[in-house]
Design a protein around this ligand. Structure first.
Ligand SMILES: [Cu+2]
Length: 187
């Protein structure tokens, strides 16, 4: 019996895992595995990642993203400022012909500003991506607890990830951008 339960557990995990691997195609652009980090109530912003592949022979650009889960959605990147990773708004994301561009922790990402509700693990939400040439497509973003075994967020190793599921990484970045200079100058 225990053995059977174990088999079912493994099967359930397999089904859950394969459900997470999903991709979309619009024109010459393939969008692989859109996912987002789970947040807890009170966290103002969320973040979404995916991999873009341009199978065509002309460059394309991701112009914008939008989603009903957030008041506004921006395209962001991280830049290294000394030892600190800071987020910067970017106008668009170029996907060169025949190439792949990954939006991933520590780099390019979609910023969901002003979440209307917490993003719950294992839920999903729609997000519409607009490309200059390929047009627009609405994808389903899967909410996950963990990054894909990467730890490149560069939050200075505060060790907060384990109990807040990593969703404070962006929060920390935000503070770094907007108000911690003042706070740090006290001492
Ligand atoms: Cu951001």
């Amino acid at each position: 019996m225990k053995f059977l339960i174990r088999i079912f557990t493994v099967m359930a995990m397999f089904v859950a895992t394969s459900a997470l691997a999903h991709d979309y195609t619009v024109g010459n652009i393939k969008i692989d595995h859109p996912w987002s980090r789970a947040t807890v109530p009170g966290i103002p912003n969320g973040v979404a990642y995916f991999v873009l592949e341009n199978t065509g022979n002309t460059d394309d650009r991701l112009l914008s993203a939008s989603s009903p889960v957030a008041k506004s959605v921006e395209l962001h990147t991280h830049i290294k400022d000394g030892d600190v990773l800071r987020m910067r708004h970017v106008d668009d994301i170029v996907i060169p012909a025949g190439q792949t561009v990954a939006l991933e922790p520590g780099g390019l990402h979609v910023m969901l500003m002003g979440l209307h509700q917490a993003l719950e693990k294992d839920s999903s939400f729609p997000m519409t991506l607009e490309f200059e040439n390929a047009g627009s497509v609405t994808v389903d973003v899967q909410v996950q607890l963990l990054t894909r075994s990467r730890n490149s967020e560069g939050d200075g190793g505060t060790g907060h990830n384990s109990h807040d599921h990593g969703s404070h990484d962006h929060d920390d970045d935000e503070h770094g951008d907007h108000d911690s200079q003042a706070a740090h100058s006290h001492h």
